[in-house]
Design a protein around this ligand. Structure first.
Ligand SMILES: [Mn+2]
Length: 397
């Protein structure tokens, strides 16, 4: 370490502390409502998904856990969760966040926790409580429900009543958390509801999280905002309030496109990571943030796209780590606008890739994870193994 520059040291420290959770659904076949194109290497069960996630972790050393969706990954409930945890351990990874699924069944046509029918509200809540038990059985900390509740036409739903049902349901769910667990509340402005969505923005998620209890936080899915929304400001506010629980990282061009992180606007990812880095520098605290990927790559090869995502996230994290914080603070205090902006931009435009290669070498990794994965023969092997059987298509996305 002694031969390294200060910048390199900062990058190494940032990369050492940076972990990203992969989504199980990224390894399965997905598509759009217009069609699904099958990938011969796609995973069709939790074992295959874990094997793929472990392979991504092997070449990046950055992804120790995999998020799961109970409907798709824990078909037998708590028993599946325990088995999955064991399987994950065998692969050298862990089960990460657990997502209940209260949007796919026929019964949820008119909503889940805010369904006007108390029988459906109760079923949805029971499913969330079961999911919390499954998370406990899988040794996982974060429970990450996403709700599609809302309405498609004006006048068709009582929005205040919906809000109160959410306050009630989430408070009960919070009460079932183990002391180490967290309830992360995700928001989204529209889709599948096209008139109003019950948890439409970060303010609503924050209100509901605070009402639910002290272990609830807000989950920021980067694709769940209106086009011009300033996401880094939302992040800054949530950090300052101690309410940022985690991210679902992805990029978008139009709406919730679930594209590869940084593929459209890497500067936005940088601005978000910069706020986190600045918060930590200023306060001396480490923000307890779950960095999760939530992407649906319908056309790219699945494991390779995950590796590409992780490499992008690491690269941008490295850039955010080398912002000259002291100078930035001085420029901000003296209203030196051009100097402050240039300070930020100079870190963004620094080519950190050689330092990333050094870090990988230091970790005993191949310099290029994508090349290492391609050279391993893993993709060919699993494509052969998996293409023989009837391909399961995830109904997600
Ligand atoms: Mn999400």
């Amino acid at each position: 370490m002694s031969l390294k520059t200060k910048q390199e040291e900062r990058i190494f420290r940032a990369l050492d502390a940076f972990a990203i959770e992969l989504p199980s659904w990224a390894f399965a076949n997905t598509g759009t409502r217009f069609g699904k194109f099958l990938d011969p290497s796609a995973a069709s069960n939790i074992g295959e998904k874990l094997a793929d996630a472990a392979e991504v972790n092997k070449v990046t050393r950055c992804c120790p856990s995999m998020a799961v969706h109970v409907e798709w990954d824990f078909p037998d409930g708590v028993a599946s969760a325990g088995l999955a945890a064991q399987l994950a351990r065998n692969h050298g990874v862990q089960i990460g966040s657990v997502s209940p699924n209260v949007f796919q069944d026929q019964q949820y046509k008119y909503g889940s926790l805010a369904n006007p029918d108390i029988a459906v509200r109760t079923k949805a809540l029971d499913h969330i409580l079961d999911s919390i038990s499954m998370a406990q059985a899988a040794g996982s900390r974060d429970v990450t429900p996403w709700f599609t509740d809302g309405s498609n036409y004006p006048g068709t739903a009582n929005m205040r009543q919906h809000k109160r049902w959410f306050e009630e349901g989430l408070a009960v769910a919070h009460g079932a958390l183990a002391p180490n667990q967290r309830l992360l509340i995700e928001y989204k402005p529209f889709e599948p509801a096209f008139y109003h969505t019950d948890i439409a923005d970060w303010g609503m998620a924050l209100r509901l999280a605070k009402a639910a209890g002290p272990q609830a936080r807000v989950l920021v899915d980067t694709g769940h905002h209106y086009q011009t929304q300033n996401i880094e400001q939302i992040v800054a506010w949530l950090l300052d309030d101690g309410m940022l629980g985690g991210f679902h990282l992805n990029d978008r061009r139009y709406a919730d496109d679930d594209l590869t992180l940084g593929s459209i606007d890497p500067y936005q990812v940088f601005r978000i990571f910069n706020e986190i880095n600045h918060f930590e520098w200023e306060t001396g605290a480490t923000a307890d943030i779950a960095y999760m990927v939530d992407q649906s790559h319908n056309l790219k090869p699945k494991a390779e796209e995950m590796i590409q995502t992780v490499m992008m996230a690491q690269e941008i994290q490295a850039k955010a780590a080398i912002v000259d914080r002291q100078n930035l603070a001085i420029h901000q205090a003296s209203c030196s606008l051009i100097d402050a902006e240039e300070c930020l931009k100079s870190a963004f435009y620094t080519d950190v890739r050689a330092t990333l290669v050094e870090w990988r070498r230091w970790k005993g990794l191949a310099p290029n994870p994508l090349k290492a994965f391609r050279g391993s023969g893993y993709l060919e092997r699993v494509s052969k193994e998996r293409s023989g059987r009837a391909q399961a298509v995830s109904s997600y996305a």
